[in-house]
Write a protein that binds this ligand. Structure first.
Ligand code: NAP
Length: 285
């Protein structure tokens, strides 16, 4: 039950009403027995600074940050982690001793999803990341620090791929679409498959990866989690490939935020169950 001592957290972004984060975090607080509550705040573009002032004034303990504020909040924070600084994007703000600390937990969440949920050892793996936007850059940077054998970033705009490669560090390179043929792990970090790009003529969007090129032993990862089985993952499964969607990354990036805010171990099963239930409700709506 909420009381005068309940501690507050939330997410800022727009649009925000579809966010799964309130379901995930409130389930986590309940499972962990913490007197915390998490709300979704619709914050219009250009108002990130006001939201940070509100966080300070109201004593909000933690904020998740989503589109379009991930870069805009950087200037208003007291401390920014090296990952968030390099990526130019913050997705998690923690209030510590009255000061606001910014982090980016997407890359760590991606690695945890593969290691913890899938039991995948990334050491010496040849990895191809397709897409070099916010998610692709975070994933490339995380993989660059994870001891992979090689990392190739493939993207429609070569300049964005080059930036992701720079963030990943030595050993990473810009590749061409056909380079997925040499990868043990292929990651789609484009929005192709979310179903948002269907043309007015009703044509389906293309697959971001030609699955026929992939090795039979390759693992195919899609960062998209809704739908749970994207056209890409369906094509991969039809070829007998092992597939992984983006739900694990979503849960684990939230788990890192939970740890930052509460200093407690995140109740992963409760968080995952809440996300699955929330996705089911969104699907029925
Ligand atoms: P973003 O910053 O907008 O970047 C999109 C990337 O996809 C860019 O590299 C872009 O290429 C490429 N792209 C877009 N449309 C394309 C097309 N028609 N053909 C080829 N490439 C195209 O988006 P984002 O934030 O990185 O998100 C990417 C995906 O990851 C989304 O589906 C998002 O839902 C998912 N995601 C999942 C999680 C999770 O927790 N599971 C977290 C974050 C994001 P250009 O550079 O050429 O424009």
């Amino acid at each position: 039950m909420l009381s005068g001592t309940t501690r507050a957290a939330g997410v800022i972004g727009t649009p925000i009403r579809h966010s799964l984060s309130p379901a995930i975090f409130n389930a986590a607080f309940e499972a962990a027995g913490l007197d915390w509550a998490y709300l979704a705040f619709e914050v219009p573009e250009g108002a990130a600074g006001l939201a940070l002032a509100g966080m300070r004034a109201l004593g909000i303990e933690g904020l998740s940050v989503t589109m379009p504020h991930k870069a805009a909040v950087l200037d208003g924070l007291d401390h920014v982690s090296p990952d968030a600084e390099a990526l130019g994007a913050v997705n998690c703000i923690t209030r510590r001793g009255g000061e606001l600390h910014g982090d980016n937990t997407d890359g760590a969440g991606f690695l945890d999803a593969l290691r913890i949920d899938e039991g995948i050892d990334l050491a010496d793996r040849r990895v191809a990341v397709v897409g070099a936007g916010g998610a692709g850059r975070a994933v490339a940077r995380a993989l660059g620090g994870a001891g992979v054998g090689s990392l190739t970033v493939i993207n429609r705009s070569p300049a964005a791929a080059a930036r992701a490669v720079e963030l990943a560090g030595p050993g990473a390179s810009v590749g061409a679409p056909g380079d997925v043929a040499h990868a043990d792990l292929v990651v789609n970090a484009t929005p192709l498959g979310m179903g948002v790009l269907v043309s007015t003529a009703g044509e389906h969007e293309p697959l971001p990866v030609d699955v026929d090129l992939l090795q039979p032993s390759a693992v195919l990862v899609d960062l998209i989690y809704h739908p749970a089985v994207t056209p890409l993952l369906a094509a991969g499964r039809a070829r007998g490939l092992r597939t992984v969607n983006g739900l694990g990354m979503l849960i684990h990036q939230a788990a890192h935020a939970f740890r930052h805010w509460t200093n407690e171990d995140p109740p992963l099963e409760a968080m995952s169950a809440a996300a699955v239930a929330g996705l089911g409700a969104a699907h029925r709506a």
